[in-house]
Design a protein around this ligand. Structure first.
Ligand code: PGA
Length: 252
């Protein structure tokens, strides 16, 4: 199983900045990425195709992803974008249920389920993001929240989905963009629980599904985090915005 080192650029960078960062990153990591790692850049939608071409249309072995999609082929969905439109831009991966979309934009578990199932059906590698808020952790509800998000988010995925096409990103909401990284015990516990839940929900592929950690990953903590049990990569926001910083994470 290859570890996935993913950069989520959120709503940052104009097109020229995104291209520059992608080009610089590609040159910093060229020929150095271990064979058991994959790199994914998830820029804002307007920068997607520019990043894809700057990377040599995937030739540098760096994939390009999308932060969102709408679960329909086409139609009257103002402001939304379909998987086919994303694939047309060079996109191979997409996020579903990032905490900012759940908690800032009000996405429900049910919409996240539709996005995950439809993206997979359309051939995208889907990264389902899960994670508890601080009040849920304090109330002892971490497992209840993760269970619900996985039970609903993974319902109805096509039966023949290959394990490598589904990725789970565990991102405790209180660790995202706060500089407060979850401790090793918290990460180990949440990832072990996530694996157990996957074994219940998708028994034939559960052990091959990658589980990423996200939440204040930095060059200084990445190597410790990816060495933990059941951590199969990272999803990085703030520390992925500069090529030098993200290159250190990719090569950590
Ligand atoms: P962060 O964001 O690395 O800035 O905490 C992670 C994410 O939102 O995926």
């Amino acid at each position: 199983m290859k570890k996935l080192m993913a950069a989520n650029w959120k709503m940052f960078k104009l097109r020229s900045e995104a291209r520059e960062t992608a080009t610089e990153l590609a040159s910093l990591i060229k020929g150095k990425v271990p064979a058991d790692r994959e790199v994914l850049l998830i820029p804002s939608l307007p920068s997607t195709h520019g990043v894809y071409t700057a990377l040599g249309k995937g030739a540098e072995g760096v994939h390009v992803g999308a932060q969102n999609l709408y679960p329909a082929e086409e139609g009257a969905y103002t402001g939304e974008v379909s998987p086919a439109m994303l694939k047309d831009l060079g996109v191979t991966h997409a996020l579903a249920g990032h905490s900012e979309r759940r908690h800032v934009l009000g996405e429900t578990d049910e919409l996240v389920r539709q996005k995950t199932a439809y993206g997979l059906q359309q051939g995208l590698i889907m990264i389902l993001c899960i994670g508890e808020k601080i009040e849920e952790r304090k109330a002892g509800d971490v497992e209840t929240v993760l269970s619900r998000q996985m039970e609903i988010g993974l319902k109805d995925i096509p039966a023949d989905t290959p394990a490598e096409n589904i990725v789970i990103a565990y991102e405790p909401v209180w660790a995202i963009g706060t500089g407060e990284v979850a401790g090793p015990e918290e990460i180990i516990e949440a990832h072990a629980f996530t694996r157990k839940k996957l074994q219940e929900l998708l028994p034939s592929i559960a052990n091959e599904i990658r589980i990423l950690y996200g939440g204040s990953v930095k060059p200084t903590n990445c190597s410790d985090i990816i060495a933990l049990d059941n951590v199969d990569g990272v999803l990085v926001g703030g520390a992925s915005l500069r090529a030098e910083s993200f290159s250190k994470i990719v090569l950590a």
